[in-house]
Design a protein around this ligand. Structure first.
Ligand code: SF4
Ligand code: SF4
Length: 151
C-alpha cells in the first residue's frame, strides 16, 4: 500500500489509530457470542443476592458490541471514512478534488476539525501543516502523536 493510501484527508495516519486492523474486535465478538451462548445475560438480569457485580451488565453489552464493531480493516481513504462513514472533512476535500487538506489555504480557520479534538487535540492540523511544509513522506515521518494522552 502506498503512503497516501494510509493518510486520511484530514492528515490522520490511520495505522496509528486504535481501530485500525485491531485485535480487540475479534476477541470482543468471540466473548459476546460465548456469553450469549451460555446465557450470561439472563443470569445477570435475574435479581439475586449473588452476582450483584453484574447489575450494569446492559452497559457492558453495549460496550462489548461497540468493541466488536469498531474495526477498520481499511484506512479512511479506501474504507470510505471512519467506520465507513464519510465525515465533513472528507466530503469537503472530495468536492474540491483535493488529495488532502494540505492543498487548502484555509486550514487555520477551518472549523470542521472540532469533532477530532477531544481525543486527537491539534494533531490533524499539525500533520497537515507538516505535510504542507515538508511534503507527504517527511511530514508523516514527523507527525504528531495520535492521541492526546500519548503526549
Ligand atoms: S478511518 Fe478513522 S477510525 Fe478508521 S483507522 Fe482511520 S482514523 Fe481510525
Ligand atoms: S475547508 Fe479546507 S481545511 Fe477545511 S475541510 Fe475543507 S479542504 Fe480541509
Amino acid at each position: 500500500m502506498k503512503l497516501i493510501d494510509k493518510v486520511a484527508y484530514c492528515g490522520i495516519y490511520c495505522p496509528d489509530c486504535i481501530h485500525y486492523q485491531n485485535e480487540y474486535s475479534k476477541l470482543a465478538s468471540e466473548l459476546k457470542n460465548h456469553l450469549l451462548e451460555i446465557g450470561l445475560d439472563k443470569y445477570a438480569k435475574t435479581k439475586s443476592p449473588f452476582g450483584a457485580q453484574f447489575q450494569n451488565y446492559e452497559e457492558f453489552e453495549t460496550i462489548l458490541s461497540a468493541l466488536a464493531e469498531t474495526k477498520c480493516d481499511k484506512p479512511c481513504r479506501a474504507g470510505g471514512g471512519c467506520s465507513g462513514i464519510p465525515c465533513e472533512i472528507m466530503d469537503c476535500c472530495i468536492s474540491k478534488s483535493y488529495e488532502g487538506c494540505w492543498e487548502c489555504s484555509n486550514v487555520d480557520s477551518c472549523d470542521k476539525f472540532t469533532f477530532l479534538e477531544p481525543r486527537c487535540g491539534k494533531m490533524p492540523k499539525n500533520n497537515i501543516r507538516k505535510i504542507k511544509k515538508l511534503g507527504l513522506d517527511d511530514g508523516i515521518e514527523q507527525r504528531d502523536n495520535f492521541y492526546i494522552w500519548l503526549k
